[in-house]
Write a protein that binds this ligand. Structure first.
Ligand code: KG4
Ligand code: ZN
Length: 342
């Protein structure tokens, strides 16, 4: 079964062709750099760039996979959540192709796509259920008890900023650039992780939710104080702030993981997905922590499958098609749903 998948929920135009839910025949992505000048994604610019990019990206994906569109069995597309103008480009292109070639169209939830990124280039039997899966990016930070490929239960998530968003905002405060995650992480390597003691939120001992706005505000206050006292921020100060911030984010997660594993001792494996799973420090501390419970940490096999990509949407659609109920729901035209719930 070959699935042609589209992902245009934010500022990447991505098309992939996936065979049997795990073999990546091609995965192409074009990122929209024009937004950098505006300090964030501008919806109108995103819509124009997606409209310009989807056909050449589709052609590249077909060429890379060395197949004709007539060999495709189904089309998948991110339906939501995301930026409406961006989602519309993908759902319109996918609906158009579905009608033109008479192919079933599978709408996919973006976060379910991230979960299924772990299937890419792995045997499906390698994924051990029940699993704990953390999906963390610039748009969301949530964790799930994943019971089998098609069944999951949301356990908790950030009540305010997504963790990637907090990295991006702290990087902006320190004038490091965008996206902030890799830049903070690099600076943190040479910083002192114990230098600043940022707060760990207390949302009640029964809550599995997270919050990153407190640590972000504490960083802001510290920077303002330093600027008032010293004027310019030294490299050492910046590195220490980055290291202490990254360490605090790690502790915020570990506190919740401990509660989750006490409450759900049946968890056999831990998956870390989404753009933030590229973070080496978080991977290290999560891995050491999980090891104590006899659990291995796994991430998608390539970084390009952690960040937004269409291959994960193709993998998710494959599993949805295995469910009779969902495959019956396959249509040929779908709407974009910017606030779609998982
Ligand atoms: O999944 P993704 O490509 O796009 C969405 O936001 O959906 O994730 C991008 C986010 C950005 O916020 C970026 O700063 C963060 O992932 N990120 C990182 C790292 N690399 C990317 N955050 C922390 N450490 C990193 N090494
Ligand atoms: Zn994402």
């Amino acid at each position: 079964m070959k699935i042609l998948a589209f992902e245009t929920s934010c500022d990447d135009t991505a098309v992939a062709i996936i065979e049997n839910g795990c073999r990546v025949l091609s995965s192409v992505r074009v990122s929209q750099l024009e937004h950098e000048a505006w300090g964030g994604v501008v919806p109108e610019i995103a819509a124009r760039l997606h409209a310009e990019a989807w056909r050449p990206v589709l052609e590249q994906a077909l060429n890379q996979a060395k197949i004709e569109i007539t060999e495709i069995d189904a089309i998948a597309v991110t339906q939501g959540p995301g930026l409406q103008t961006s989602l519309l480009s993908g759902t319109t292109a996918a609906s158009f192709l579905s009608l033109l070639y008479g192919l079933p169209l599978i709408p996919v939830h973006h976060v379910y796509g991230h979960l299924c990124s772990v299937f890419l280039e792995r045997e499906s039997s390698d994924i051990e259920f029940p699993a704990l899966v953390l999906t963390a990016s610039g748009g969301h930070t949530e964790f799930y008890l994943w019971k089998n490929a098609l069944t999951w239960q949301k356990l908790g998530g950030s009540l305010d900023d997504a963790v990637g968003e907090a990295f991006d905002k702290v990087a902006k405060m320190l004038n490091l650039g965008y996206p902030g995650g890799p830049l903070i992480s690099k600076r943190a390597e040479t910083g002192d992780r114990k230098k600043y003691n940022f707060p760990i939120p207390n949302l009640g001992k029964n809550s599995l939710d997270l919050s990153f706005s407190g640590v972000k505000s504490a960083v802001r206050r510290l920077i303002e104080l330093e600027e008032n006292e010293k004027g310019l921020l030294s490299d050492k100060f910046i590195n220490d702030v980055c290291a202490s911030f990254e360490e605090t984010c790690g502790r915020i997660f570990l506190k919740k993981f401990q509660t989750v594993l006490e409450r759900y001792p049946e968890v056999k494996s831990f998956y870390f997905v989404g753009g933030v799973s590229a973070n080496k420090y978080l991977n290290k501390v999560f891995s050491v922590f999980m090891h104590k419970y006899g659990i291995n940490l796994k991430t998608p096999v390539k970084i390009e499958y952690s960040t937004d990509n269409a291959a994960m949407i193709g993998a998710a659609a494959y599993w949805q098609m295995q469910s009779e109920q969902k495959s019956k729901a396959a249509v040929q035209y779908i709407e974009a749903l910017p606030r779609l719930q998982l």
